[in-house]
Ligand binder design. Structure first.
Ligand code: CA
Length: 227
């Protein structure tokens, strides 16, 4: 199971600390938000793969946070509730949480549930329309690309170029192959066009375009995508 980005929303520092410790031990990248508005802000910036969300929060409560996140995302959410029975009651209203854990809970059990949900959703995605490499998420159907900084604004050609390379990690493509795959056969596309598009794509995608992390040049041959 590759590391995931986990957002923990919890206003009690002692509870948040122990949850973070367990999730980090499993290799995950964890961010904490201490109230409802912070949760929505961190959600936008961090783009977590899964959220552990406390029900009782200052600002906006967990139900409202869950509703707002659900209006724009299908990200898995595990809800923490304070009282036995509350989870059943909430599940009946269907706020869109994927799982409920009642406090006091065993952090080991919570971590296990996080893994279980990630495994399930990871399986669904691996054969699906979402490609994930490091901080990059490429949605084939929606034709969107996002990284840690948010959604990237790519042109149609830039997107196609990235998709061809990222769909075949480590495979080297010549400029000619990329022209065939991305540009219309009939048009006179020069190899230099690929170089120009690659430069623009790197400028948008790479943290440091002069030292590409994803889009590698294979000198004398072409390009390859490093996952
Ligand atoms: Ca709380």
């Amino acid at each position: 199971m590759p590391a995931a980005r986990v957002l923990v929303v919890e206003d009690e520092p002692t509870v948040a600390d122990v949850v973070v410790r367990y999730l980090e031990r499993d290799g995950h990248d964890v961010e904490v938000a201490g109230d409802g508005p912070a949760a929505l802000r961190v959600f936008d910036e961090f783009r977590p793969d899964i959220i552990v969300l406390d029900l009782m929060l200052p600002g906006l409560d967990g139900v409202e946070v869950c509703r707002r996140i659900r209006s724009e995302s299908g990200v898995p959410i595990i809800m923490l509730t304070a009282r036995a029975g509350e989870a059943d009651r909430l599940a009946g209203f269907d706020f869109g949480a994927d799982d409920y854990v009642t406090k006091p809970f065993s952090p080991r059990e919570l971590a296990a549930r996080v893994e279980a949900i990630l495994r399930r959703t990871g399986r669904a995605e691996s054969g699906g329309d979402l490609l994930r490499h490091g901080d990059l998420r490429i949605d084939r159907l929606a034709r969107t690309v996002s990284s840690r900084g948010g959604e990237l604004r790519l042109t149609a050609r830039e997107f196609d170029l990235l998709l061809v390379l990222a769909s075949h990690p480590r495979q080297v493509f010549t400029r000619e192959q990329l022209i065939t795959a991305v540009w219309d056969h009939d048009t006179e596309t020069e190899e230099n066009t690929v170089t120009v598009h690659m430069r623009r794509l790197r400028a948008k995608l790479e943290p440091d375009p002069s030292r590409p992390r994803y889009l590698k040049t294979v000198w004398g041959v072409g390009y390859r995508f490093e996952p």
